[in-house]
Design a protein around this ligand. Structure first.
Ligand code: G1P
Length: 297
């Protein structure tokens, strides 16, 4: 009988960062709550998770992040108000947020790195595979990016990372992999077997142009690897370093996902995402396009 690959049921959302790139907007408000059009960043990732079949959400929060908890909670007062005013559509919209997921929170007291944030979820995840979603990376695709990774995971039963080609000096802002293509019937030349990974290398030392994007499917052995490593780039406990440690005795795959990714953690990336998402909206797109055309650029 074929070995049954355990199902991924939980997704971890690290959300304890200080959001310094968006100050002063993030002084009293979590970066994850900045809206792209009218939906907070983190909700895009949560919806991607739900559409990929994972509704058990674990959010790793820090100080000043209570707005995230309130956002995914029920707001009786607001719901009552919308109901009495007959705003059915808005009511469904607001209700859906709290109904679509089962969410739990764990605190990361200090922002000591992505690996450290993921380790905080160890108790809640338990000994099962899980996904990690970085909500700064907003991905627009026909098949949700996380679903694309899960399809690979379900075939190989091994950890999988999302990859994207990044050319030029920007590669040094990412984790970068050294990998070889693997032929796999349904992967369309997008699948790689990873041999090494480096967090934020100098552009001249990057092992390839394949950057890690914030979607991971991980087997639970990663927790032992995170516990085993020392602080790396930026003095932080890096998930990339833990993955390199994991490689010593586990295979690791990368998948060049289909879709467009926006770096919403960066001001320019955030603006691009805002414009593109607004243009695609049925209720706004037409008027917004007309407006943009009037700009003398
Ligand atoms: C994190 C990861 C990095 C990855 C990036 C993707 O870095 O550490 O490996 O390439 O996310 O967005 P951060 O952008 O949080 O510095």
């Amino acid at each position: 009988m074929k070995w049954m690959v355990p199902k991924v049921r939980k997704a971890v959302f690290p959300a304890a960062g200080l959001g310094t790139r968006f100050l002063p907007a993030t002084k009293a408000q979590p970066k994850e709550m900045l809206p792209l059009v009218d939906k907070p960043l983190i909700q895009y990732g949560v919806e991607e998770s739900v559409h990929s079949g994972i509704s058990n959400i674990i959010i790793v929060t820090g100080r000043g992040k209570s707005a995230i908890e309130d956002h995914f909670d029920v707001n009786f007062e607001l719901e009552h108000l919308l109901e009495t005013r007959g705003k059915r559509e808005l009511l469904t919209n607001v209700r859906n947020i709290s109904e679509m997921i089962d969410v739990s929170y764990v605190r990361q007291k200090e922002a000591l790195g992505l690996g450290h944030a993921v380790l905080r979820a160890k108790e809640i995840v338990g000994h099962e595979p899980f996904a990690v979603v970085l909500s700064d990376d907003v991905i627009d695709s026909e098949t949700p990016c996380l679903r694309q990774l899960l399809d690979i995971y379900e075939f190989f039963g091994a950890s999988v990372l999302a990859l994207m080609e990044v050319n030029g000096p920007e590669i040094s802002s990412y984790g970068v992999v050294d990998a070889d293509p693997v032929s796999h019937s349904s992967a369309g030349g997008r699948l790689y077997r990873i041999h090494n990974l480096v967090e934020k290398p100098k552009a001249s030392e990057a092992p390839s142009n394949l950057a890690i994007i914030g979607r991971y499917v991980l087997t639970p052995e990663i927790f032992t690897s995170i516990e085993a490593i020392q602080p790396g780039s930026g003095g932080e406990i890096q998930l990339t370093d833990a993955l390199r440690h994991l490689l010593r005795n586990r295979p690791l795959y990368g998948f060049k996902f289909e879709g467009s990714r926006f770096d919403a953690g960066d001001k320019l990336g955030f603006l691009k995402a805002t414009v593109e998402f607004a243009l695609r909206r049925h209720d706004l797109g037409k008027d917004f396009r007309e407006y943009l055309k009037t700009l003398k650029l």
